[in-house]
Design a protein around this ligand. Structure first.
Ligand code: ZN
Ligand code: ZN
Length: 149
């Protein structure tokens, strides 16, 4: 079986398990998110268009919103940058973001538990996730700046 076929079946089952209707648009959006983790909605839009043809930007946004609401995809909102989406959910991992090129990679949770950070004062909130973003420069951008200076 082609790997992509297996993926489609898995994703269909995933949608059903979360009580969501299976549509070609949702499947294409899910596939785009898992093929290209940390993509923006616009990136996902062009991938999906390349795959299933005409789909409105709004339909992609709606699919992403529905998928993140049900916990099938995770939405990361870095300060000053568009939201990114990924299908690695439920493990409370964190992210490294390059200030220069916007590159983004996963970092495992600092401790391995969800959440790995205990707030000094949780003000009575029931905390279930700690979103940590480490900002800096990726190795490529560091190398480029050394080469050009
Ligand atoms: Zn970079
Ligand atoms: Zn991630």
């Amino acid at each position: 079986m082609e790997p992509s076929e297996g993926n489609t079946l898995d994703n269909e089952a995933l949608l059903r398990r979360h009580g969501m209707q299976v549509t070609a648009q949702r499947l294409a959006v899910l596939r785009a998110v898992s093929d290209r983790p940390h993509s923006t909605a616009d990136d996902i839009c062009s991938v999906v268009r390349g795959e299933i043809g005409a789909i409105s930007r709004q339909a992609v946004y709606d699919a992403l919103a529905a998928l993140s609401e049900r916990g099938l995809v995770r939405r990361i909102q870095p300060a000053g940058s568009p939201a990114r989406y990924e299908d690695r959910v439920g493990d409370n991992h964190h992210h490294l973001i390059c200030r220069a090129c916007g590159g983004m990679v996963d970092v495992d949770c600092a401790v391995g538990d969800t959440p790995c950070l205990t707030a000094a004062d949780d003000s009575g909130y029931e905390v279930d996730e700690a979103e940590v973003i480490y900002w800096g420069r990726c190795p490529e951008c560091v190398a480029t700046s050394i080469a050009t200076s």
